[in-house]
Each structure stands twice: as structure tokens, then as C-alpha cells.
Design a protein around this ligand. Sequence first.
Ligand code: NDP
Length: 480
Amino acid sequence: MKIKNYINGKFENPIHGEYLDNYNPSVGEVYGQVPNSSKEDVENAYQAAKNAFPSWSNTTLELRSKILSKISNLIIEKLDFLAAAESKDNGKPVHLAKSVDIPRAASNFQFFADALTQFSSESHESTGFNAINFTLREPIGVVGCISPWNLPLYLFTWKIAPAIAAGNCVVAKPSEITPLTAYLFGEICSDAGLPNGVLNIVHGNGSSTGQAIVEHPQIKAISFTGGTATGAHIARVAAPLFKKLSLELGGKNPNIIFADCNYDKMLATTVRSSFSNQGQICLCGSRILVEAEIYEKFKKDFIQKVAELKVGNPKNSETSIGAIVSKQHFKKVKEYIEIAEREGGRIIFGGNKVTVKNCENGYYLQPTVIEVANNLCTANQKEIFGPVVTMMPFKTEKEALQLANDVKYGLSASLWTNNLNRTLQFSKQLETGIVWVNTWMLRDLRTAFGGKKASGIGREGGFEALRFFTEPKNICIQYE
Ligand code: NDP
């Protein structure tokens, strides 16, 4: 199958006719081609967006909301189709795409269809000066949205929905590793009556197509989710062009477990937070820190549960862990396991490639648990982004907090305790943008989402996203 760009409501071949191979990681085979778009393709997408902007930014909120809702409904109508496509492209279990990725893509649109009708400007009366201020929230114009491969349609729509809800027009690029659902999404937008040019999807490599979006002088804001190194590069390119930037980057999230927690709930949730989506979620808890008095018991119980996870063909309903997204990423994750061993980590479960029947060339890896003694080892400091967790004990609250914060990242943390004072003390002192207490990845789309430190700048979600995608303008009127 040949994927095309979606520009001005039409499916277009890339101008220079260049394509990249698109792999199905569950069988390790090429199943299609994706455009490797050039600067000229990005320029065409920009022109379409620019031309659509005057009309779209003046569309009534009611109509905008209606179109966004329609997009949401159409995603749900195509749930099975989109879930199968996402699984084929990414390697994740079909049932996961069906229960998480695709419903969430629909929720992203429904949420912002509703939120845009509630987003209001502020006004301030300057008492004593006979003056009143009101602050308009104006759409920025043409904005760029660049998303990664781990939750393809989920994160693609998480950016596009607020951008167009706020009245902007968009040039978007999904990861070239997982372009399929973004391609299918173009048709959904046309069917929902989204005017031509409001959303333009350009496929291709990050270093060429993505770079062209970031460098484009008239694309005034970039919302990016991806790796920290790419985020730093984008920030360097965008800064002299004075672009607004939202960067959602990597994580090395601690999962801090105290003996007084609800043990069974913690155990089941920790298995999920470690290995969901093959561990390829920026929010996965990749460092498990356990209070010493329950450490040995936890270790035994955790390994027993992990051993029950079934690595297999993503199409099978009993599969818990599908394929790693690409051969290259598989190699990277495997190398991190080897480095952990060389640095003295003890692999207490997994660590090996899995050969799956009828999918012999797919990229399958056992869920892997590594016991480490030093928080400064590579496995505890670098984002591995695969089905790999480390585990180590702590003795005191002070030590737990020190271990939790002693990384360059600051995306999220999970805290397991029933002690109210500890909950509040810890939640305030953890250097992360998100803290979950006695749960994991419970998402309310109204809340601010994002990280501190090397996990990014800016926040997505709710009105934060609508604020990002608008420019405030204050108007001050003095009366007599
Ligand atoms: P990358 O940073 O490699 O890529 C992300 C996107 O940016 C892709 O579309 C990529 O294209 C593109 N890109 C790469 N180079 C450039 C460039 N120079 N200019 C513009 N765009 C570029 O990340 P991955 O796709 O490997 O995704 C995994 C990463 O994403 C992990 O580090 C993970 O933590 C992070 N992530 C963060 C989340 C958060 O909310 N904080 C959520 C999910 C993931 P291409 O694919 O062609 O390289």
C-alpha cells in the first residue's frame, strides 16, 4: 500500500516521488511505502493552511464544535479498522489499540469539541483609572504538530484537536515509523466536513520533513512529542525564529512503593505500568523503588506475575506484549539490557528475544526485570522505552525521595502508600509534572499534562492546550 500526503483536503504524492519502506514489526516485513516529503511538500501544506486560516478562524464556535464532534464519532465508527491498522504499523496488541489508542483519539476530539465552547477570555477592571481590560485569546495562525510512534493516532490527535479547536490551521507530521492511522485520519476529517486546508498531513523523516516544519519561518508554534535529544534540537532551531514551543519529551519515571500500600492493587498496577504497550509509553514506571521490608516479597510476587504475561502475535486476544516497534529500536533496547548487565545489574527475569510462531521475523522481547544496586547506573538514568524495568530497595522516606529525584527527567511518578502525610509531603517534593498516588495513568483530559527538567516544557491538556494554541492580546479601554 502507498500512503499519500493529505494537503488541502486531497491525497497527494510527494513532489519528488520519494518513498520510504513501512514495516509491520510483528512479522518484520515491509508492507507499504510512506512519502519522504521534501521542503516543497511542507511549503504546499503551509500554503493550504494559510489560505484556510481566515475562514476557519472566523467559523462560529458552534460549527467548529460540531465538526470536531463528527470527527470523534467517525473515529469510533471505524474503531475495528483503525485498531487493526495501528497494530499492524506499531506491533501493539489489537485489543490494546481497540480499548486504549483509538477510543482515546476519539475522546481527544470530543473533549476539545466541548472545551472550545467553554474557553473564555479574562477581563480586569482597572479601578481608579476608569479603565477596563479584556484579553482576547487569538488563534496563532498556522501551527506545526509533530508526534511519535508509540501511541500514533492517540498523540497525533491530542495535538491536532486543540490546535484546530482554537481556530488554527495545522501542518502535521506523524512518525514515519507509524504513519498509517494518520493517513486514514485524513479521510475521516474530509468526511466530517473539516474545510480543506485546516489540517494538512505531511509524511516523512524527522530530519528532513520534520525539520522543514520546524524551520518554516511562518509556522509560528510547534507542538512536539518525542525524544529529549530531538526536543533539544527543535528548541535550538525554533528559538531564533521566536516560535512558541510545547515539548513533551522522555521520562524515567519512579514507581515508589511503601509497605503500607494496598499490596494487591499495587502489584497488578505495577505490572501494567511496567509493560503496557511493550513499555513504550513515556509514562511507564521504569524504576521500581520498594521499601526494604517488603522488597523480597514484592520481587517474588512481581516476577511471578510478569512470568504470566504472554508475548505473542498482536492479533491474538490473549497476547499481553506484542512486538517492539522496529528492528532498530529492538536493537537499542537489547543493548541497554547488555549495558545493565555489564554494569552489575542482575537480570531476574527475561532479557531475551522471543520467537513467535508464524511471526518468526518479528521483533519480540521478553518482559525484562533488572535488579540494580546503584541509581546512577545507565539502566536507571537513560530512557530505555521498552519492556524493561529496574528494581531496587530503599530504607527511609528521605532515601526514596532522593532516588526518585536523582535523574535528569521529570515527567511522572507513582506513589504507593496509605499515609496521608507522606502522600502530601512526597507529592510536593517529587520533581515531576505529574504524580499518581495509588494509581497509574488515570487520565482526566482537563488536567495539565507534561514534565519538568529534561521531560519538556509547557503543558498539554484542557485549557492549557487551548492557551498554548492561542496568543493573548490585552485591550485596555478608558472611559469618561
Ligand atoms: P523522536 O524524537 O525520534 O521523534 C518524534 C517525532 O519527531 C517523529 O515524528 C520524528 O520523525 C520527528 N523528528 C525527528 N527529528 C526531527 C527534527 N529534526 N525536526 C522535527 N521533527 C523531527 O521520538 P520517537 O518517535 O522515537 O518517540 C519516542 C520518544 O517519545 C521517547 O523518548 C518518549 O519518551 C517520547 N514520548 C514522550 C511523551 C510525552 O508526552 N512526554 C509521550 C510519548 C512519547 P521520525 O520518526 O521520522 O524520526
